[in-house]
Design a protein around this ligand. Structure first.
Ligand code: ADP
Length: 231
C-alpha cells in the first residue's frame, strides 16, 4: 500500500508543490494522476520513489516510513518500485537485452537467473526478436516497451509511470496501455501520470485529479473531467 499522511512539499525556491496531501492507494490498484502542468503530479510521483523528500508529513510504502530511510538504503527500497519515464531513459550504448539485464546486475542477481528473467520480460513486451538491437534501432514505442521490461524485471510491487505515452502515436499508446494492464492484472500497483484524456476515458480506473498541489477529485472509475475544468 502507498499512504500519504499530511504530506507537503516546498521546493527550496519557495514553490509549494504539494499541500497537506492525504491519500491511500491499495496494493493492486491502477491509478491515473491527471490535470494541467504544474499541478504537482510529478512531485507526487517522485516522492513515492524517494526522488524528492517530503517537507512535512509522512509517506508509507508497504508499511515502511520512507522519509526515515537512510540514503545508502535507498537502492534497496527502490527494488520495490519500477519507474517508467516519458523519454524512456535507456542506456544508448547497451542492447535491448543488456538494458534490461542491467537492472538485475546492479542488484547482483545470480547470472544463471538473469537470462531467464530478461527473456521472460522481453516476451511480455513482445521484443524477444530484437534483444540484440540498440535503442537507436527501435521505434519510440519499442523503446518504451524495453523501458517497461527493465522496470518490472525485479518484480516490483509498484510501477510508477510518468507520462509513459507522452511521446507516442495513438496506436503505440494503446499497445503500451495493454502491457500496463497486463502487469496490473498480475497484482502490481500502477500509478500513472497522464494528460491523455482518451486513455483515461476508455480504460476506466481510479482517477486522482491534482490542482495547485492538492487533490481536487478522487473517483474510483472516473473519467477525465472536461466540463468542470476548474471544478
Ligand atoms: P506537474 O507534474 O503536475 O506538471 P510538478 O510536480 O512538476 O507538476 O510541479 C509542481 C510545481 O513545483 C510547479 O510550480 C513547478 O514549477 C514546481 N517544481 C517542480 N520541480 C521543482 C524543482 N525541482 N525545484 C523547484 N520547483 C519545482
Amino acid at each position: 500500500m502507498i499512504e500519504f499522511i499530511d504530506v507537503s512539499k516546498t521546493y527550496t525556491n519557495g514553490v509549494k508543490a504539494i499541500k497537506k496531501l492525504n491519500i491511500q492507494i491499495q496494493q493492486g490498484e491502477f491509478v491515473y494522476v491527471v490535470r494541467a502542468s504544474g499541478a504537482g503530479k510529478s512531485t507526487f510521483i517522485k516522492m513515492i520513489y524517494r526522488e524528492e523528500k517530503v517537507t512535512e508529513g509522512k509517506i508509507f510504502i508497504d508499511g515502511q516510513a520512507i522519509s526515515a530511510i537512510k540514503n545508502k538504503k535507498i537502492p534497496l527500497f527502490r527494488r520495490k518500485i519500477g519507474v517508467v519515464f516519458q523519454d524512456y531513459k535507456l542506456i544508448p550504448t547497451l542492447t535491448v537485452y543488456e538494458n534490461v539485464a542491467f537492472a538485475l546486475e546492479v542488484i547482483e542477481e545470480i547470472p544463471a537467473n538473469i537470462r531467464r528473467k530478461v527473456m521472460d520480460e522481453l516476451e511480455l513486451v513482445k521484443l524477444k526478436h530484437k534483444a540484440r538491437f540498440l535503442p537507436s534501432e527501435l521505434s519510440g514505442g519499442e523503446q518504451q516497451r524495453v523501458s517497461i521490461a527493465r522496470s518490472i524485471v525485479n518484480r516490483p510491487k509498484i510501477l510508477i509511470a510518468d507520462e509513459p505515452t507522452g511521446n507516442l502515436d495513438p496506436n503505440t499508446t494503446w499497445e503500451i496501455m495493454e502491457i500496463l494492464e497486463e502487469i496490473n492484472n498480475s497484482g502490481t500497483t500502477i500509478v500513472m501520470a497522464t494528460h491523455n484524456q482518451e486513455i483515461v476515458n476508455t480504460i476506466k480506473r481510479r482517477v486522482i485529479t491534482f490542482e495547485e498541489g492538492s487533490i481536487v477529485r478522487d473517483q474510483l472509475r472516473g473519467g477525465y473531467d472536461l466540463e468542470n475544468k476548474y471544478r
